[in-house]
Design a protein around this ligand. Structure first.
Ligand SMILES: Nc1ncnc2c1ncn2[C@@H]1O[C@H](COP(=O)(O)OP(=O)(O)OP(=O)(O)O)[C@@H](O)[C@H]1O
Length: 598
């Protein structure tokens, strides 16, 4: 534990010292001064009372009393001055540093993080907790706890010395009950953090529906389906279940605290009685008695509690830094040295096996195939056979358990990040719809050319989007959003064409379409595919589709079943073979016949 605490403090101090060493200096000095003030105040108070009595009985001249009055004034004013420095300068200034520096580190790490973490619950928990808690925990550690730990330690040593000076064992009667109390409450608190942590997953499950219900898509869909009442009441009953769990846990927490919180009160009473007894025996003056009794109830009490609270709540912030470390260690994509984007690309899967991280079912089983540079290939099969998984592996979103995947003869990790960004033009079923203009939405396919209207127009033409853009109120400059006045939303099929245009940006040698036309009429879809393949020229194309009308025009079809390739060949070859492909094609053919006949 000590190691984790030290490491967390080290991390925040390194950031502060790197950015503003002056803040670390101000914090340390003001904490030290603050620490000396409490014992000084006790001593000054005792002198003020005892010497004040002597002044009153003319045993001491008022002139000699003045330095004590000055010290009394200083001990009264200084704590407020230091608190002001801390709250109005130190705290806001460090907050700014953390919010900039930590956010930058978090985002930088996110940029290179392997995609697999975004589909892994354990990694998502680490990311969520780090993003939500890190800045807050950092500001708790510095300046808050850092300041309080220095100030309280010095102050406690000073005060305990004053007690030690009277009887050597007095610090023990003060500290023992404190240690007992601290042990119980710290243990309770750490147990609670453990419990709270375990709540994350359940909390996610209880509240995820609520997040969904707030999205525009779900509001529209629910209004149509009249499903709101059902979904809202499901959400409500989940929340009620969650509240019951939390209430139970709060109750447990309350009883634990109630049983143990009075240890320190008894110790205060006992120590006051001891001091009265020592005074009664004439071993201390009245000023010392009163100042020490006051200290037991004020500064000493505050110091002990401050220390206890720091230890108690340190756990959650130290834990945040554990998550931060785990976050920094989440694996990143590997990049190599090849810095030229190949003009044309072959793709080879060599005996690839794959199981999703955190699961046991093997999804791809010894998959091998080669796609020549410039070839147009369709991956087909029934649901959940591993087609999209094959695409995810090809894109490098996941790594195979065994086997090798090469692009133009090289594994993906041999290419630089810039080349990898320029290799694939992708269109998925779930299209990213950005609330920006049509042109910019297309331009995102190659951000370096986002202002190049000619290229964007060319990509739009290739995706047959030109006429649709022409009809928009402000053509390519039209904002694609219902959230803005004057914004327009496209239909599902139009968005899919826009996504295809996006894939054509940047002359990417590998085009990957994973069911991108599901929202289109099958006949229109066939037309789009034939236009698309004609426009793809020498690019290599991988097409995942359930609609087998489109596969006829590809060079080759690969059929997946149970995570393996069971057939491969041209449309005619596979129809002649009379296997799974022929069966799937025949069951869809009537549909095309009716459509074409109509
Ligand atoms: N992130 C994931 N974690 C765990 N399992 C996953 C993940 N993504 C997909 N799977 C599982 O992998 C299997 C293959 O899914 P995949 O999406 O590759 O199939 P598919 O052939 O593309 O299916 P469809 O035609 O329905 O899109 C499915 O059983 C699916 O549940």
């Amino acid at each position: 534990m000590m190691l984790r605490i030290t490491s967390a403090f080290k991390q925040v101090l390194v950031i502060i010292v790197k950015h503003r060493p002056f803040l670390a200096l101000v914090c340390t000095i003001s904490a030290m001064v603050s620490g000396f003030l409490a014992p000084l105040a006790i001593w000054v108070n005792s002198q003020i009372i005892d010497l004040g009595l002597e002044v009153a009985s003319h045993k001491l001249s008022f002139k000699n009393y003045i330095p004590y009055l000055i010290l009394f004034g200083i001990s009264l004013l200084m704590p407020q001055i230091i608190t002001t420095i801390k709250t109005t300068y130190l705290e806001p200034a460090t907050e700014l540093i953390f919010s900039t520096s930590l956010k930058k580190d978090l985002i930088r790490q996110l940029e290179k993080m392997s995609y697999e973490h975004f589909e892994n619950e354990q990694s998502l928990e680490i990311m969520d907790k780090t993003f939500n808690r890190l800045e807050e925990s950092a500001t708790h550690l510095f300046p808050n706890y850092f300041f309080r730990m220095i100030a309280t330690t010095i102050s406690l040593l000073g005060i305990l010395f004053l007690f030690f000076d009277i009887r050597w064992w007095l610090p023990l009667t003060l500290l023992l009950p404190f240690f007992l109390d601290s042990y119980f409450s710290t243990k309770d608190q750490f147990d609670i953090y453990q419990e709270m942590d375990a709540y994350w997953q359940r909390e996610q499950r209880y509240t995820i529906l609520g997040k969904m219900l707030r999205t525009r898509k779900s509001v529209t869909e629910n209004q149509l389906l009249q499903a709101s009442n059902y979904l809202v009441s499901t959400y409500k009953s989940r929340l009620e279940k969650r509240n019951k769990e939390f209430e139970h846990y709060y109750f447990l927490n309350l009883t634990r605290h109630f049983l143990r919180q009075n240890i320190m009160r008894f110790s205060q009473l006992i120590n006051v009685l001891i001091l009265l007894f020592i005074y009664y025996r004439g071993d201390i003056a009245i000023g010392v008695l009163l100042a020490l009794i006051m200290a037991i109830f004020s500064s000493l009490w505050e110091d002990l509690y401050s220390l206890k609270n720091i230890v108690k709540s340190l756990g959650v912030h130290v834990k945040t830094f554990d998550y931060y470390q785990a976050y920094l260690q989440l694996s990143q994509d590997e990049y190599g040295m090849i810095d030229q984007i190949p003009r044309t690309c072959s793709v080879v899967f060599d005996d690839v096996c794959f199981t999703y991280p955190g699961t046991t079912k093997q999804i791809l089983k010894h998959v091998s195939f080669k796609i020549e540079a410039g070839e147009k290939v369709a991956l087909v099969g029934q649901n959940a056979e591993g087609k999209s998984t094959t695409i995810k592996l090809l894109l490098g979103l996941f790594k195979p358990d065994s086997g090798q995947i090469t692009i133009d003869g090289q594994p993906l990790s041999a290419y630089t990040q810039a080349v990898r960004e320029g290799l694939f033009g992708t269109v998925f079923q779930e299209i990213s719809k950005y609330d920006i203009s049509v042109n910019d939405n297309i331009g995102l396919g190659d951000v370096s050319q986002i202002g190049n209207r000619e290229l964007i127009l060319e990509a739009a033409k290739k995706a047959n989007l030109e006429k649709i853009i022409d009809k928009l109120p402000e053509k390519g400059a039209t904002l694609l959003s219902r959230e803005f006045t004057g914004g327009v939303d496209l239909s599902g099929g139009q968005w899919q064409r826009l996504a295809i245009a996006r894939a054509f940006m940047g002359e990417k040698p590998l085009l990957i379409l994973d069911e991108p036309t599901s929202q289109m009429d099958p006949v229109v879809e066939s037309q789009i595919y034939s236009d698309f393949l004609a426009m793809s020229e020498e690019k290599t194309v991988l097409l995942v589709t359930h609609r087998l009308g489109a596969t006829k025009i590809t060079d080759r079809i690969i059929v997946f079943s149970g995570g393996s390739i069971i057939e491969a060949g041209t449309h005619d070859e596979l129809v002649d073979k009379n296997g799974l492909y022929a069966e799937m094609f025949q069951s869809q053919q009537q549909w095309y016949d009716v459509k074409e006949g109509a």
